[in-house]
Design a protein around this ligand. Structure first.
Ligand code: NCD
Ligand code: ZN
Length: 345
């Protein structure tokens, strides 16, 4: 039985760091584990300019302090009216690594998002020419579509036609939750990949709803039936280079989660690699963790893997039930549970 596992320092290809005091609290959890992260731009107001992204990157580096080495990779928040020139300039200056598509109204702080993907055709053409990846929140928001079908319908109505119209555009379908998305991504060419969260590999909709409503298990896209979770587990266990790690760690203060209208988002940064290790161990494919966490993402983005390594050890890891209860008041994924893998210090 493997008791320690040393892998290239991993990256988190989908992360919410927030701002201000929340940023200061959560950034070190990520920086202790990951070499880089794709930082989501859904602040209030969203990150839509090069200047805003540069300033945010600086605030992140200050929040990380000496918890790193850690490099934030910044993204631009696409709106109906974003200037393609601003996106191109941000890419050329090495500030914008990618652009994020939030269908307007799909999730937290997405009100300024895109109302119809055809509105951003000029930006997509620009991105395809630059080799700049489009990161997609893949859910439709049509009122007549059941929330559990939003991802599947997005594939048919939005993603497939967009890929057809822009054959050179690189696309990451973020935080996939369905067998349909697994199939879709596997069937797509090399320019299409997906991130998989730690929680979607472990929870299904029963975990949210059976025995009482569990607000800390609620995120978007919402976890689906067990068979979809199984499809995700099988897909990562296959070692597919088209799938890589993206925690979608999305902290919200406990009162905002435990509410009559609770926020979507699971805060997984404190268990950001340990939870995946547990899952890969259960699946009997620990040897596939390094590819998923540390190699497939950089290859897709055209970056070198990180230089350093991290070591995980098979030892009990007691996940705190609450983090900073008197301050930001967060409940992490796996709160109060004992995991079987921890980061060796
Ligand atoms: C994210 C957030 O809170 O910013 N929430 C979530 O449930 N994942 C937004 C997102 O990625 O959808
Ligand atoms: Zn997210």
């Amino acid at each position: 039985m493997t008791d320690t596992l040393t892998i290239r320092r991993p990256d988190d290809w989908h992360l919410h760091l927030r701002d201000d005091a929340m940023l200061s609290l959560v950034a070190p959890f990520t920086a202790e584990r990951f070499g880089r992260a794709i930082v989501m731009p859904n602040l209030v107001p969203p990150v839509t300019t090069v200047a805003a992204a540069k300033a945010y990157r600086q605030r992140i580096l200050e929040a990380v302090g000496d918890a790193g080495p850690f490099e934030p990779l910044m993204t631009a928040y696409l709106t109906d009216t974003i200037d393609p020139e601003e996106v191109a300039r941000g890419h050329e200056e090495g500030v914008f690594m990618a652009c994020k598509l939030y269908p307007a109204g799909a999730t937290t702080n997405s009100d300024a998002g895109v109302t119809d993907i055809r509105n951003i055709d000029p930006v997509l053409a620009q991105m395809a020419a630059l080799g700049m990846p489009l990161l997609v929140h893949g859910e439709v928001v049509d009122a007549d579509i059941d929330i559990f079908d939003r991802e599947k319908v997005f594939l048919e109505r939005v993603l497939a036609p967009t890929l057809e119209r822009f054959p050179d555009l690189k696309v990451v379908l973020e935080h996939i939750t369905t067998a349909d998305s697994v199939e879709f991504v596997q069937a797509g060419g090399e320019r299409l990949a997906a991130t998989v969260t730690a929680h979607h590999l472990r929870i299904d909709r029963n975990d949210i709803l059976v025995g009482g409503i569990k607000p800390h298990m609620y995120c978007l896209p919402v976890a689906k039936r067990a068979r979809h979770k199984e499809a995700l587990r099988e897909a990562v266990a296959s070692g597919s280079p088209k799938l890589f790690l993206g925690t979608d760690s999305a902290p919200h203060a406990r009162p905002a989660k435990e509410s009559g209208c609770g926020c979507a988002g699971i805060f997984s940064a404190p268990v950001g690699i340990e939870s995946y290790a547990q899952t890969f161990d259960e699946l009997g494919c620990l040897e596939k963790l390094e590819g998923f966490a540390s190699l497939h993402g950089p290859r897709f983005y055209g970056l070198a893997p990180n230089e350093g390594t991290i070591t995980l050890e098979r030892a009990p890891f007691e996940v705190p039930a609450r983090i900073d209860p008197e301050g930001q008041d967060l409940t992490p994924f796996h709160a109060g549970e004992r995991l079987g893998w921890r980061l060796a210090r």
